[in-house]
Ligand binder design. Structure first.
Ligand code: AMP
Ligand code: MG
Length: 525
């Protein structure tokens, strides 16, 4: 197995001068060197072949001993120089100070044959200087969730970090899953994830909060130079360094990418669950899969995160507002390099209009409309009230919509409702909406066939439903990893019919309605 490492992040950015692995505040540094903790009995649960290909690995590599040793944290490959990143963040709206990679350890950056660069990071590989009071480990339960969901999101076309491998470590890890005093041992696991970089909003915030402006500048310039190089062509650096306009343009780009990501979440029914600013990627990627969830019945007020149950700050329907709030925090962090608010404020104002425009366009494609016309926003508003009027499975509803002769019975036959009986008032409202909708689509220039194909290319048939995740976890914890691998496989083609896997397209069964792990998740992982 040969990986070509080029560790730009650690070479170009300031390191923590201390190298002992002790929990501490780390000042004036982007990262600390720290080695993964070896484990006693690593075993592969699953490898994502597509992710491996991105760094030039073959199936034979994936099955090799060096792979097992390297991606469980037991042995370093040539060129790996592991480190944990320093960042801060706002958690649930409050500034939390230094957070950092408490249980993530970066192995290095691989440059593949096409010069694409992938940072590799182990999650759950032992304590780091940023572990605070926790153990630096991860359990199989949460690792299965991160591993499959990262890959599923990629295949859905949602910007995301990737996952290369999932292994059990042979260790037992103590967790109080519901924070209710019932701690128990669970199998330990490590996921190797991949991204262009793991730089977060919080990576900038930590320097601004400490008034470490040299480091703030270094990280900002690094990020622009390597990930937004086109901005330097547009706004060349002058004798005093990168211009304010360049940094403003960088901020604007990050906002744009964030808008795109949220629109995609809304399209597929994904609720992140912990949109703290340390969980916001500077590349607009979905990152840090914790107590996330997928909408079964469409409910904009839903969050799977029990830690957030009272406030539901991170509910499905509020994700764009929260993303905007997070962008405000990034603007605050970059402000010391810009010292003018006007342009930043304008970008934040544009965030809202840009989001609502892109959201409308996205919703139009879900309905098979290739342009947004006057009256469509009313159509969308009415649809939303119908979807919440009775428990309606979001994923199944949109797939069922790509058909001719739509009426109430059609949706019953397609199993979109969680209740079997409906009032005549609801039925007539639904049918009135369907009539308006079909009149609207009759006016489209494209054929039904084309329209249905468009709809089925944005409305997935298969999503990583919460109860499916829990079933895969239950089996995996008993040593049977077949469902993890089968789900990974099905979710590679989420828009295809795949009749042999119809079972994975079923709506949430009743037993899963209130089951822990299916509809309720804590941050414990
Ligand atoms: P999260 O909410 O998972 O994004 O985590 C928030 C912060 O807590 C991050 O700095 C994590 O690195 C840290 N963290 C979460 N779980 C652990 C753990 N088991 N050990 C050490 N640090 C952790
Ligand atoms: Mg995090």
């Amino acid at each position: 197995m040969k990986l070509n490492f080029d560790n730009r992040f650690t070479e170009e950015l300031p390191a923590d001068s201390q190298t002992t692995n002790q929990r501490r505040q780390v000042n004036n540094a982007c990262f600390s060197y720290v080695a993964p903790t070896p484990v006693s009995g690593p075993k592969i649960v699953s490898v994502s072949a597509e992710a491996g290909q991105l760094i030039g690995l073959s199936d034979a590599d994936h099955a090799s001993t060096p792979f097992l040793e390297a991606f469980s944290g037991n042995k370093l490959l040539d060129g790996m120089k592991p480190y944990a990143m320093c960042y801060g963040g706002h958690q649930f709206g409050n500034w939390a100070g230094q957070l950092g990679d408490g249980r993530a350890i970066n192995l290095g950056e691989v440059v593949n044959e096409n010069r694409a660069r992938w940072a590799l990071q182990l999650k759950g590989a032992g304590p780091t200087p940023y572990s605070r009071t926790a153990d630096g480990l991860a359990v199989l339960r949460s690792s299965v969730r991160e591993y499959i969901c990262s890959e599923a999101m990629h295949h859905l076309g949602v910007p995301t970090t990737r996952a290369l491998s999932l292994m059990t470590t042979g260790e037992q890890v103590m967790r109080d899953m519901l924070y209710d005093g019932n701690a128990a041992y669970e199998p330990g696991a490590v996921v190797c994830r991949m991204a262009p970089s793991f730089i977060r909003f919080g990576s900038f915030q930590i320097f601004a909060s400490r008034n470490e402006l040299d480091e703030l500048r270094a990280l900002t310039q690094y990020t622009i130079r390597h990930y937004y190089p086109e901005l330097l062509e547009q706004y060349p650096a002058d004798e005093s360094g990168y211009t304010k306009d360049c940094i403003v343009a960088f901020f604007s780009k990050v906002c744009d990418l964030t808008v795109t990501m949220i629109v995609d979440w809304m399209r597929v029914g994904f609720v992140h669950g912990v949109m703290n600013t340390d969980n916001m990627s500077i590349h607009g990627l979905t990152i840090d899969y914790g107590p996330y969830g997928w909408l079964d019945d469409y409910n904009p007020d839903w969050t799977p995160n029990t830690t957030d149950a009272n406030q539901a700050r991170y509910r499905f329907g509020d994700q764009a507002n929260i993303a905007l709030w997070n962008c405000y925090q990034l603007a605050n962090a970059l402000y010391p390099l810009i010292e003018e608010t006007e342009q930043l404020e304008q970008i934040l104002t544009d965030f809202q209009s840009s989001y609502s425009e892109q959201w409308q366009r996205m919703m139009a494609t879900k309905l098979g409309l290739n342009e947004v016309m006057a009256g469509d926003s009313e159509l969308l508003k009415q649809l939303e009230s119908l979807l919440v009027a009775t428990e309606t499975d979001m994923t199944r509803f949109y797939r069922a919509l790509a058909h001719e002769n739509l009426d109430y019975d059609h949706f019953c036959r397609h199993g979109v409702f969680y209740q079997s009986e409906h009032s005549s008032e609801y039925k007539s409202q639904l049918e009135a909406w369907l009539t308006t909708y079909q009149t609207r689509t009759d006016g489209c220039s494209s054929s039904n066939e084309t329209r249905f194909a468009l709809m089925n290319s944005v409305n997935p048939k298969y999503v990583f439903r919460n109860y499916l995740a829990q079933q895969a976890i239950d089996k995996s914890e008993n040593g049977d990893h077949s469902m993890v691998n089968e789900l990974l496989n099905v979710l590679r083609k989420p828009y295809d019919e795949q009749p042999e896997f119809e079972v994975y397209a079923q709506k949430r069964p009743e037993w899963a309605r209130t089951k822990v792990g299916c509809s309720m998740l804590s941050c414990s992982s």
